[in-house]
Design a protein around this ligand. Structure first.
Ligand code: COA
Length: 169
């Protein structure tokens, strides 16, 4: 059985002028792209297969990242389902010259593993090791049901973890 640590991927980027908007802040789309790459690598480490992004949970841009900041992205697989897996991503920014590290974002991406015919293939289960990984593992089923409802792939009645939020008794 694999662990989240085995898929841990850390990627650092320097924010160049080309990465910023007219206010000198990192483009949201550029950050989402880096997050996608970093989390796809984590999913690939877990599956040893080709993976595609199936969904991206909502990402809030509360803290701007600025020109010349260092951006470090951590990602790891926190739960697997049948052919899909949830990857947890944390983003940290460090400003020159002090390089004080501040956590700016977190997000969940879902990836699906594909076989040689580009059809979804089963992924190996994962065992959470640390306390924080266990909390992420527990919450993953709830988040999965929410994203499947929002994408029209699950009926509210089948969302065992979420029913109370949607259906009034
Ligand atoms: C993701 C994709 C492979 C799913 O294919 P599909 O034929 O619908 O396959 P299935 O219905 O068997 O679903 C496969 C898995 O994807 C999951 N999935 C599909 N859409 C999802 C969504 N919006 N959110 C979360 N999971 C999703 C399913 O729950 C299933 O997971 P499970 O096997 O762990 O239960 C397919 O929709 C695809 O190729 N999408 C494009 C991916 C892509 O190009 N991404 C880059 C962005 S353009």
């Amino acid at each position: 059985m694999k662990t989240p640590a085995e898929s841990l991927t850390v990627m650092t980027e320097l924010v160049h002028p080309n990465d910023t908007n007219i206010l000198g802040n990192l483009h949201g789309g550029r950050l989402l792209y880096w997050m996608d790459i970093c989390s796809a690598i984590a999913a690939t480490k877990h599956t040893h297969a080709s993976v595609v992004t199936a969904s991206v949970d909502n990402v809030s841009f509360q803290n701007p990242i600025r020109l010349s900041d260092l951006v470090t992205i951590h990602s790891k697989v926190v739960r697997t389902f049948k052919t899909s897996m949830e990857v947890y991503i944390e983003v940290f920014a460090e400003s020159m010259p002090d390089l004080v590290k501040i956590k700016t974002h977190e997000a969940f991406y879902t990836f699906v593993a594909l076989d040689r015919n580009r059809k979804p293939k089963e992924v190996e289960p994962i065992t959470a090791q640390t306390e924080s990984e266990k909390i992420l593992f527990e919450g993953a089923l709830r988040r999965r049901q929410l994203r499947l409802i929002l994408s029209g792939r699950m009926k509210v009645d089948d969302a065992t973890e979420l029913k109370a939020l949607f259906v009034k008794e």
